[in-house]
Write a new protein. Sequence first.
Length: 198
Amino acid sequence: MQFILEYAPIILFFVAYKLKDIYFATGVAIVASILAILYAWFVTKKVTSMQWVSLAIIVIFGGATLLLHDEVFIKWKPTALYAVLGLTLLFGKLVLKKNWIGVLFKQANIEAPAAVWTRVTWSWIVFFAFMAALNAYVATQFSLDAWVNFKVWWAMGIFFVFTIGNVLFLSRYISEPTAAANDVPASADRSSDAGSKP
């Protein structure tokens, strides 16, 4: 469900663009993003910081696209999002001395040494900088059709591959789930059996 919430606005944006134009697609993306946040808020009771940031940026850049009837704003929206995410991680690392990316992975029971989280954090900072620059290049050097295809398929694919690479790198640090409280150790079973014998 989390996957659907995050990627539904992108897929709907692509479909709407193919059906009509960039302005209709932008409006659909804004509405879909708002609905995804509302669903997360009222049903799952959890909205991540990244979802709030993404919503704010799509509303700002998408709203400017619709109000000014200029596609350039929505084309720069991914660059703005990547830049904000990268700078947030950079601020956390250099100023607050925190590896915020580790908080996300720890939710998947990944417990790694501080040095590993530092390495992963820097890799994400560099990755976001690369994606911000790559989107800016495609947005300014290629047609609108080419940019839409890049945003929906290539950028999403690159992001997915990079994430999988991080998961594989951290897989050695995945901790085993703790045993349930009602699980009785084998030694306790044997002691109980021994005590019940005449």
